[in-house]
Every structure is written in C-alpha cells, then in structure tokens.
Ligand binder design. Sequence first.
Ligand SMILES: *Cc1c(COP(=O)(O)O)cnc(C)c1O
Length: 368
Amino acid sequence: MRHYFLGMAAGYSGGEWLQHLFTMGRKKDLVELTSFLGKKYDGEAILCKNGRSGLVYALKAYFSPGDAVIVNGFTCYAVYEAVKAAKLKPIFVDIEKKDLNFSVKTLEKAISAKPAGIIVQNSLGNPVDMKAIEKFAKEHKLTIIEDLAHCTGVKYPDGREAGTVGAATVLSFGKDKSIDTVSGGAVILRAPHDKPVESPSKAPKASDFLRARFYPMFGAFCRTLTYIGLGGAMMRLFVKIHWVEKSADNRLDTTRRLSKFEARLALKQLQELKRSGEDPLRDFYLVENRSGLLKELQKKGYYFGGFWYEKPVSPERYYKKVHFDEAACPNAVSVSERIINVPKFYTRTELKPALKLIKEYMKEGENE
Ligand SMILES: *Cc1c(COP(=O)(O)O)cnc(C)c1O
C-alpha cells in the first residue's frame, strides 16, 4: 500500500504541488524560454500546447502532405497522431531489444516505402547510434526530426547532445516526460525551411490551464488518502470528472500556446538538467511471465504499474486505430508483452529485493 501511493503524480515530490499551484507566469517567461531553447538548440523556437502539437509544426515545416516518415516501432500514440495530423504516412520500423530503438539494420527494410524523413525518439532515454543513423539518412536523403520527449539532455555515443543534430527538435513537458510541467511542449526549427510557420496565437483553454495547476496537488492528495485505502478510487474519480486527464488524451491543438507558468517551470528544469545516456528516463527489463512477476511484486508491496509500452503503439485503448503491422515489427510486439519499467521513485535499497525477483523472471543472456 505504501508503495502504491508513490505511483501517483510521482514526478512531483514534497511540496512541489504548492509551487505548481502558485508560480506566477508572466509574458516574460514565454520570451525567456523561447530564447533559451532557440540558443540551446540553435534555431527558431515555438512554444506549444504539448509535444504532439510541436511535432506537427516540425513535420509541416519539412515535409509535404503524402510524404512517408519513419517512426520507431515502439512508441506513444502522440507521435502517430502528429504524423496523421500533418497528413503524412507513418512507416513503423522494428526495434532492437537492447535499446528499444530502430537501428540501421532494421531501417533498411523501410527504404522500399520511399520515406522522406525519420523521427528519432531515443526510447526511454536510450540513445540511438546517431552517427550511423545520420549516415543512413544522408544516403537515403531523409530529413531527421529529433523527438526529445524521453531524452532531453541525453548524449549520443559520439558526445553530441540529443536535439542538436536533426532539422527540427521537439520537446514535451507532459506528465512523466524528461521535462515535466504536467503539460506543454516546444519545437525548434533548426534547418532553413521554405514553408511559412505561424506560432500558436491563442492562450491555453481555462480547463487545460486549471488541470495543469492542480494535478500535482491532486496527486499529493490521493497519495495521502491511500493510507486509508481511498487514493486509487479518488484518482479514478478525478479522471472521470475530467479534473485529471490521462497523458494520451491531451488533445493535439496547434493554435494554443504553452501557459506562462509552465514556461517558467520548464525553463527552470531545463537549466538544471543533467541527464546523460547513463541515466535513462526509466530502466527496463524484459521478463518471461510478466503477470506472474507483477503478482509477486505486488505481494511484496511494490507498485510497478504503467508500462512504457504495453503495446507497440500505446496506450492500448488507441492501439486499434493505428492498424499496426505486427508481422513487420516482431521485436516491438515481443517487447511490449515482456517489458517491465522500474519506477524512479524507489531508492536503490528499496529496489534491491524487487530487482532480485525480476532477475529470476529474465531469460538468460538478455538484458545485458
Ligand atoms: C509523450 C510523447 C510525445 C508527446 O507527448 P505530448 O503528450 O503531446 O506532450 C512525443 N513522443 C513520444 C515518444 C512521447 O512519449
């Protein structure tokens, strides 16, 4: 029980909900974040309602309707949604089990579909071999878009930082992302483009603004209630009455900008960011008999719910819409059935018994 409550709004510790509730945002915060991102990623920055809306800006700037783009075969529905909104055709490419990313080897198979671009996502903060991907992209004239939802601050093996390589860089500030202000996103257009790009002009909707303000407080409230066994029910109620929104349901909207207080919080997180390839967003293991393992973990009081990802394109409730070609991505299918993420809110000592149990469920020779 003690562990279960830790899972709710876990990204916000201690009194951070207070800060979230009362941080004043000013127009200056939008200007400062825009300028910080423009400098850091060397391009024209636009602050958006969420990551997927930012991705639409990037895709529209560098591709034409009908173009095909390569998407990691193990991803979030938000990416698919953005590709569709930009009127492009997604080509899902299978992943390698070791880092959950496509590789030059798996990418070869996508070339016959004549892609114009490639979205690099560095799954769960595990960097791709960018040097090899870049060479591949050059050979096949692919425009690279870097999606930093999982990997802001992560370094590629050759030392370059994620977001400093492609034509455009997209950030998400959504729940549980590497920069987390509950919602929000940005895009930096790095390469020249000949299509006019208008920034979002409208302020956030009041309902979205309030949800972003209150979510960390609701999380803290529900965590407290869990001691009397009511936290989970309370959170479900909040979701039901739309005071809390599940991440995947955050609507794509390219007309709304980021809220001012989220700009301020995002800037602070970006300035303090010290993430590397050795510090992934989430650790993962591939196990056999996952449901059996989860039952045992639960018995020991652990809360390991919410996998990234439970389907090759997640969450499950949107998976059918994608018409995912499972035969083309066997590794992605297998990983989605076997992956278990280690939550960040446990200390090393707390995790020790859990990791020992997980090891017993692993296939030998994998996860090295
Ligand atoms: C979450 C996510 C996004 C964008 O998310 P938003 O909810 O729109 O901010 C983009 N790419 C990946 C891989 C993600 O996981």
